[in-house]
Write a protein that binds this ligand. Structure first.
Ligand code: IPD
Ligand code: CA
Ligand code: CA
Length: 250
């Protein structure tokens, strides 16, 4: 008898298909709109992928609710099953053809992240984790690095839609730059978290992120043995934006 697909396998299959859709996008005909400000962009692909994920995820788990970045009628609540989805994390990279964006899907049940899937279609890297079962990339277990920050790389996000955080962000980046080997800024917070989970960098911070940016990636980091809090050491919440600090060791 054929083996039944798990929910996680079905989610990964759906996310992979959406990833290939953005990778093969007709970038010559992008409809680009600004949302909260001139750097906060959305394209028809963000909206189409979100709709495809909404339909597909609710087919896989009909009793779940769906919260996505690109307009959603449902709001997160600490009770119940919620998919928290970023259809394209790294839209500016997508618009520029920078080839570093991802699709991020988390399943949060009664306020605890249960599943996280982040797919980079350009590198064909599928990162995923299930609570208590470890984190993986393309089937291989992930573990955070054992290196101290002095031998490490720090990745950070610029909170580009929040000008008031610019100075603090770059001061912090400068402080970490002096402590670590070097710093990086990729343009996809979900992939930044996976970069820490994979042991390719030792620390990630960003002073303002929304739950769809971090919900899946944060689970992948903790399942890879890392620690994720906000920048004041508090646990992350799924009902409002916050700062995020992910690291390999305390
Ligand atoms: C953005 C990316 C970026 C981060 C921003 C996010 P978006 O997501 O994750 O790396 O710096 O804060 O908003 O808008 O491309 O989905
Ligand atoms: Ca995002
Ligand atoms: Ca997005």
């Amino acid at each position: 008898m054929a083996k039944m697909k798990t929910e996680l396998e079905s989610i990964r299959e759906l996310v992979r298909a959406c990833g290939l859709f953005i990778k093969d996008a007709d970038r010559g005909h992008l409809h680009i709109d600004a949302k909260s400000g001139r750097a906060d962009l959305v394209t028809q692909y963000d909206k189409q992928v979100q709709e495809r994920l909404r339909k597909g995820l609710l087919e896989i788990m009909p009793d779940a609710h769906f919260v996505g970045e690109e307009g959603t009628t449902q709001t997160f609540s600490p009770v119940g099953k919620f998919f928290i989805v970023d259809p394209i994390d790294g839209t500016t990279n997508f618009v520029k053809g920078y080839n570093f964006s991802s699709i991020s899907v988390a399943l949060v049940v009664d306020n605890a992240a249960e599943l996280g899937v982040v797919y980079n279609p350009y590198a064909d890297e599928m990162f995923y984790a299930q609570r208590g079962q470890g984190a993986f990339c393309n089937g291989k277990p992930l573990h955070v690095s054992n290196e101290p920050l002095e031998n490490g790389i720090v990745v950070f996000g610029t909170a580009p839609y929040h000008e008031e955080l610019n100075e603090k962000t770059f001061q912090l980046a400068y402080d970490y730059f002096k402590k670590a080997l070097d710093i990086r800024r990729s343009g996809s917070a979900a992939l930044d978290l996976c970069t820490v989970a994979a042991g390719r960098a030792e620390l990630f911070f960003e002073l303002f992120l929304s739950p769809w940016d971090f919900a899946a990636g944060a689970l992948i980091v903790t399942e890879a043995g890392g620690i994720v809090t906000d920048c004041d050491g508090r646990p992350l919440a799924y009902d409002h934006p916050c700062s995020v600090l992910a690291r390999n060791q305390p």
